[in-house]
Design a protein around this ligand. Sequence first.
Ligand SMILES: [Zn+2]
Ligand SMILES: [Zn+2]
Length: 433
Amino acid sequence: MRFMPLLCVLSSVSAAAQGPSSLAAEIDHRALAINDSVIAWRRDVHEHPELSGQETRTAALVADHLRKLGIQVRTGVGGTGVVGVLKGGRPGPVVALRADMDALPVTEEVDLPFRSTVRTQFNGQEVGVMHACGHDTHVAMLLGAANVLAGMRERLAGTVVFLFQPAEESLGGAAGMIRDGALENPKPSAVFGLHVFPYTVGSVVYRPGALMAAGGTLRIVVHGRQTHGAMPWNGVDPIVVASQIVLGLQTIVSRQTDLTASPAIVTVATINGGVRNNIIPDSVVMTGTIRTFDETQRQQLPMLVRRTAESIAAAAGATATVEASVAGSITYNDPALVDRMRPTVERVVGAGIPGAKVLPGPQTTTSEDFSLYQQRVPGIFMFLGGTPEGTDPKLAAPNHSPKFFVDERALPIGVRLLSGLAVDFLQRATVTP
Ligand SMILES: [Zn+2]
Ligand SMILES: [Zn+2]
């Protein structure tokens, strides 16, 4: 069995000269041939997780591997990011593939031989460090794709850019990469990214248009006037005003935005005020989050939060200082690009794990800084299922859980998918300008 992949590669290389369909066959065989290495890289990165912005070991491993493949490498992009540029043997456009490299302050509870035992200080607490969002698999799959594509560079009709970004979890990584020119020289005309998620292993779940929300924050300080708890008429009670504001904010989504157009969320997550049972305090501080899938709402919601809080406070003779913004962006899959790349996704998943499917994804209210690349370049972001057969994905430990587990049978699917998207995008751009 060990020698099979190599034989397959050899037979497919000769077949590969015959046309576009054999490009797919060559990808599949090369992905199979590199699979043991992909799993080894994944386990290595998993065992040595690094928090956002500190991905030095992972970045060195990535840069070293890309250089060995003859890929042009830039390091220190946006902090610890790595950009690789692979020029194909034929002229054509540029396509980018992205992986994120950071881990989370989570103590691993999965019983694996390569489980993380790394510990660190985070926000003043001693915590474990774990690839609880699966970015270890993203690194390994993109390294696998780099291997596949470098092996067939003479047949590539254009250039592939590999974006290994830091700090996705702190949502600063993509911005830093872009600031440091990751999308320039060469400038891609499409970008693709994957994320492992609790769906059936090998399934791919995504949708055209808005997939993941833009995230924002709110902070409201209600200023009243401190007085005795038994004589509220002598002051202005910010606790009652804050309570009214919490309820008032709930009418923004339910009564002031078009629920049929797009869902939205306004959450108050903290509320703090007062020190003693018989003192009405001077002020109350509230913080929360805002999520939206719609560009108009992205701009409107902070204004509505401000208007609601300020007006309710004014009605009670108090004032509210409001900071609200949705600085994040919407993970938006370009519909035309989705149409164009659908055959690639169907082929890869169809020739993958039995029972795996391509499914239309629900929108998810979490955020991704992949969205920043998509603001500049049409792109597609997809979820790749990593829940083993026999486990109900709905009951599987979610991303960020200390029990998050990825079935490694998903890895070759991801390698084939990333490679296939790059090759087919370049090929179709060349064939149909
Ligand atoms: Zn995450
Ligand atoms: Zn993630």
